[in-house]
Design a protein around this ligand. Structure first.
Ligand SMILES: [Zn+2]
Length: 151
């Protein structure tokens, strides 16, 4: 990861796609592709996400809204849910691509992601020209955890 600089937001490093590991580039592209499937008739705010599992497998997800707004699901939780329902429990990274320059995971997703341990969080704009990286621990310090949680 060369050419990284600190952004004005704490704990975010700005990176270029070509400087990233091939698997990270791939989950960013999956997030962009999956974003196109977003079901967001109310907000019109498309979000795609993808997770990189410790075994190298990758899962994408998009936001799925509902007329009863609280029933909707964020892209990150859809991607994680697909992986978890496939038996995955260990994750390396998550990529999030929203409709703004940087769309970071919401508070609920930060808690959801932290359930499954440390991951790097890549946040990118849809054209992947600007990518920021941080960690779930930086985004949600002191996350709620059970003391007997093995993660
Ligand atoms: Zn969320």
């Amino acid at each position: 990861m060369t050419n990284s600089t600190s952004s004005q937001q704490s704990n975010l490093k700005i990176l270029q796609l070509e400087d990233l590991d091939a698997n990270i580039q791939k989950i960013l592209r999956i997030a962009v592709e999956t974003r196109e499937n977003a079901y967001c008739p109310y907000s019109k705010f498309q979000v795609g996400a993808a997770v990189l599992c410790a075994d190298g497998s990758m899962y994408g997800g998009c936001n799925i809204e509902n007329v009863s707004f609280t029933v909707g699901t964020c892209a990150e939780r859809v991607a994680y849910g697909k992986a978890i329902s496939d038996g995955k429990r260990n994750f390396t990274a998550v990529a999030v691509v929203g409709s703004m320059e940087f769309t970071s995971p919401c508070g609920a997703c930060r808690q959801y992601i932290s359930e499954f341990g440390y991951v790097d969080v890549y946040i990118a704009c849809p054209n992947l020209k600007k990518i920021a990286v941080t960690s779930i621990e930086a985004l949600l310090p002191c996350a709620f955890k059970r003391t007997d949680n093995p993660f």
